[in-house]
Design a protein around this ligand. Structure first.
Ligand code: ATP
Ligand code: MG
Length: 352
């Protein structure tokens, strides 16, 4: 089992350290860790946020465990040298087009939600976000108009095959859950999402056991706060998914608890190749202070074991250990508590 370990910037190395302690405690046979440098760390060490050597490691590995990228000191670099190019580039390079972001309420954390506890308690959803297309990857620039004004522009587009493949991932995910899929778009205003909706309906015909519904993204943002319990699986584009999943994370309680998978179509001898990372960023405001909550990183390890290595029992063990630590009152700063990174790691290990 070859696992690429890309800790990245900010709190990335601190939370990765705890996840690797958990992996170590499982004593799995034949684990090879392949360390690589991404983001600002990649720029400093290798001169590029996603160096060719790092890409080679990513191709060679069966799965990638990714911390976070983002570094203020790199903000003034040209766009292609900025830290976030590492994650965008890896998703593109490995054709990781489906981002799965589970958001489930942990018992005992209802009070932490930005929502009323009785509303928050019902949250059990999966957001499937398309990752390879949309306005993030279109042509873009800042140009000067004839009258001298500068104009920023970004092209939004989806080809039908790009929508079709994410649709299949979402419909299959819904089949494995409660059988409800809500496609979130803005088809009343955007042509891109008119096509998106047409393709969702077309693919939906192949999944008669899944109830497909459609919602405009502005309404979805409202419904997520009003009654998140109505959602089972949500499928949406890259930008809407970026925003809605951060919103969903606050409904659950903290950004420090949510893990994600980015999957493609590559099958290894063990499972589906993917990249696994917390949904939060590098949190530069608390980096190096031992304050970061490593739970999202540890839960990312669990989903990696599940999807890329078929180790369901180990994944469940880790998830149960995290849930038990939370139930026992272990709280990081993100949850209004005082437990530090290592202390939370110890608490999870003790319950493993
Ligand atoms: P990005 O653009 O990389 O997603 P961001 O601007 O969304 O980054 P984050 O790095 O996710 O920002 O941080 C947002 C806030 O949440 C910060 O105040 C940060 O300290 C806090 N935060 C993020 N992750 C954690 C964590 N694991 N534990 C504790 N606090 C966290
Ligand atoms: Mg963010």
């Amino acid at each position: 089992m070859k696992i690429a370990v890309f800790a990245g910037d900010g709190i990335g190395p601190e939370i990765m350290h705890e996840a690797l302690r958990v992996l170590d405690a499982l004593a799995l046979p034949d684990v090879t860790l392949m360390e690589g440098y991404v983001g600002g760390a990649g720029y400093r060490k290798l001169g590029h946020p996603l160096h060719a050597d790092t890409i080679r490691i990513a191709h060679e590995a069966d799965a990638i465990l990714f911390g976070a990228v983002g570094d203020f000191e790199c903000d003034n670099l040209e766009r292609h040298l900025r830290p976030e190019q590492a994650i965008l580039g890896l998703r593109r390079e490995l054709t990781l087009f489906a981002n799965l972001r589970p958001a489930t309420m942990f018992a005992g954390l209802e009070e932490m939600s930005a929502l009323r506890p009785e509303v928050a308690g019902k949250i059990d959803m999966l957001i499937v976000r398309e990752l390879n297309g949309d306005v993030y990857f279109g042509e873009k620039g800042i140009r000067t108009l004839d009258d001298g004004r500068r104009q920023g522009w970004d092209l939004m587009s989806y080809a039908e095959d790009e929508v079709r493949r994410i649709a299949h991932v979402a419909f299959r995910a819904a089949q494995g859950r409660k059988g409800r899929l809500c496609s979130v778009d803005k088809s009343n205003v955007l042509e891109t999402f008119q096509l998106w909706r047409d393709v969702m309906i077309e693919v939906g015909a192949e999944y008669p056991d899944v109830a497909l519904s459609h919602m405009y993204v502005d309404n979805a943002a409202m419904q997520l706060v009003r009654d998140p319990g109505q959602f089972d699986v949500i499928v949406t584009g890259n930008m809407f998914g970026d925003i809605l999943s951060d919103q969903a994370s606050m409904c659950v309680g903290s950004i420090g608890l949510l893990a994600s998978a980015a999957l493609g179509e590559t099958q290894t001898q063990y499972g589906t190749k993917g990249l696994f990372e917390p949904i939060h960023g590098s949190a530069p405001d608390i980096a190096g202070q031992g304050k970061a909550n490593p739970m999202a990183m540890i839960l990312s390890l669990a989903i990696m074991l599940r999807h890329s290595f078929g180790l369901e029992a180990e994944a469940v063990r880790i998830e149960a250990a995290v849930a038990q630590a939370l139930a026992d009152g272990i709280r990081g700063g993100d949850l209004g508590g005082t437990a530090g990174t290592a202390e939370i790691g110890d608490a999870v290990l003790a319950r493993l």
